[in-house]
Design a protein around this ligand. Structure first.
Ligand code: CDV
Length: 307
């Protein structure tokens, strides 16, 4: 999807989503993936002092009056879909995505695990990344749900960079992982050559797909929002790690691919046959540590020899 500006009405954004869903359904799609925080601009780039200025970005009910037409059209077309939005519950605020069945019921709900950025105000930056201010860490964890004739897992944006995301979803039976993302360019927390942003995005998706033998659908909110740029690169990645289809531009665009679920089975029954080859007795630090042990200092007795 192209960007959504601060002035855009949610109902207009939903109209765009309905037309994209129609185009996908016309091309034979049975499941449609939309981006993270699809209904609004990527508001975590802004510091809002006053809580009342933040409320308009959040939904308390889903479907909401504005999103009802999307649920309705998907039901008419018998298409399942997923999209991301900012959710306020009685307890907390989450960066959420939902999985909706072809009959319009919500089969799954995921709250983002990996929240990038910071919670404090950094007004010196050209834009901020305040997910840690506006959202709580997930209370759902990574889950999968049966949908159509497959098992689907959800994650959101920054989650796609973490190998743990795909592995947990694969262990929970995912055959397809759908995610949306808003990736600002440049990333103010990580100044790096421009070409690395797309490379790291695709590398993460392709590695996650191959190492777990599953399909990955990645949907960007891309292009310009209020003078800020978001990276494109929406794509569908096969369990072989190959990109099956990829967006060309940064506007509203439909990518359709006929995903053969047996392709993943070949990988999971052989090179990544978890039951035969995983060695959990050697994976302890993955769940016991968040930080890496420090490398030995030069001159330390344990120091590695330098050749
Ligand atoms: N929405 C995101 O999670 N964006 C992050 C940026 C901030 C690094 C991403 O991983 O793309």
């Amino acid at each position: 999807m192209a960007g959504v500006s601060l002035q855009d009405r949610k109902s207009d954004v939903v109209d765009r989503m309905v037309s994209l869903l129609d185009r996908a359904a016309d091309d034979g799609a049975r499941f449609v993936a939309f981006p993270e925080l699809a209904l609004t601009t990527f508001f975590p780039r802004y510091w809002f002092e006053d809580e009342k200025d933040v409320g308009r970005f959040f939904e308390e009910a889903m479907p909401s009056p504005e999103t009802m037409p999307l649920f309705g059209r998907a039901r008419e077309r018998s298409v399942a879909f997923t999209f991301g939005y900012a959710e306020r519950t009685a307890q907390a605020r989450f960066n959420s995505s939902i999985l909706v069945t072809p009959d319009g019921s919500i089969a799954g709900r995921y709250h983002k695990v990996h929240l990038p950025g910071h919670a404090d105000n950094r007004p010196h930056l050209p834009f901020q990344h305040l997910e840690k201010r506006y959202f709580s860490v997930s209370d759902t964890g990574f889950q999968t749900w049966p949908l159509l004739d497959m098992q689907v897992g959800l994650c959101i944006c920054n989650d796609r960079r973490w190998p743990e995301t795909y592995r947990v979803l694969a262990l929970r039976g995912a055959e397809l992982v759908a995610l949306g993302y808003n990736t600002p360019t440049p990333d103010t927390d990580y100044p790096a050559p421009d070409h690395l942003a797309m490379f790291h995005h695709l590398l993460s998706l392709q590695a996650g797909a191959y190492q777990n033998g599953l399909w990955v659908l990645a949907a960007a909110k891309a292009g310009w929002e209020d003078g800020h740029h978001l990276m494109g690169g929406s794509c569908i990645v096969a369990p072989t790690g190959e990109i099956a289809v990829r967006a060309i531009g940064e506007g509203d665009e439909v990518l359709v691919y006929d995903c053969d679920l047996n392709l993943g089975r070949t990988i999971r029954d052989h090179i990544f046959d978890f039951a035969a080859h995983r060695r959990v007795e050697h994976y302890g630090p993955i769940v016991e540590q968040t930080t890496a042990e420090s490398a030995p200092a030069p001159g330390d007795a344990k120091s590695r020899p330098v050749s």
